[in-house]
Design a protein around this ligand. Sequence first.
Ligand code: RI2
Length: 308
Amino acid sequence: MDVSSTADAIRSMEIRGAGRIARAGASALRELAMSYSGDAEGFAAELDAAKRTLLDSRPTAVSLWNGVHAVLRGVRGCGDADAMRERVIANADAFIARSEAAVREISRIGAKRIQGGDVIVTHCNSSAAVGVLKEAHAQGKRFKVYATESRPWRQGLITANELADAGIDVTLIIDSAVRSVMKRADKVFVGADTVTSHGALVNKVGTSQVALAAREARVQFYVCAETYKFSPMTLFGDMVTIEERSREEVVKDGEVRPEVKIFNPVFDSTPAAYIDAIITEAGMISPGSVYQVMVESLGEEAFRVEGD
Ligand code: RI2
């Protein structure tokens, strides 16, 4: 898929999930490199425009930003167009492989936190969190999962189907039932769109309510996040932009009077204090260790990008 169709598919959520959009961005840049036949200067300009198009598609998940910058790293210093092309392709392949390997490693590490008989809550649809649950089940552990519906896109149905396909005992609940089931829960596993340098989690709207209910019920709250979901920009005080989407996603035409305003934020922020641990491919870390792990795994170059 080329850059503009990839950006369209990300914007319309045909391609969704923080990890998936990052890999899709990387492979669109790879495709651009494969098909480009002009000189180095023209290539640099095209890559720059492609970067903007991809980053403008959805604003919140830093995975896309980190993925795009990982692919473009070092390309400008390559000299001619052929060397630049090779660099983009090698970077894209490395990023995609690293991203897929990270989900497998998170699944392996996270599965150790699950015990037979556990009652687990998850929110929305995270491939990292689902990976943990599927791995624990594959290891023979038997547990129950409550999956929230996750209005308005209802990604919870994807989660419920994925878990049911794997043979896991799963119950779908509406979002507002989360506090009712939390009383019988042992653990929460959710994914991440962005983790800030001070350990706060930006994830699907409603995650902070799940965390609040978990804290009240003294239920452990785990975040499953590849380290490329850690945001270097937050270290310099940048705020994470919370995407807002259209009213049509919440109500159909004619369902409410036109003067009724609709607020449809896609993500929310859960403070570090509500998080027991973040399960990454580099290990299970406390929210307070995000900065150190971020520097080690993203590399210092990730902090030196200008103009974004
Ligand atoms: P993985 C999703 O966002 C959800 O918020 C989910 O928790 C997060 O991405 C991470 O997903 P959306 O694209 O990368 O559905 O773990 O808005 O798959």
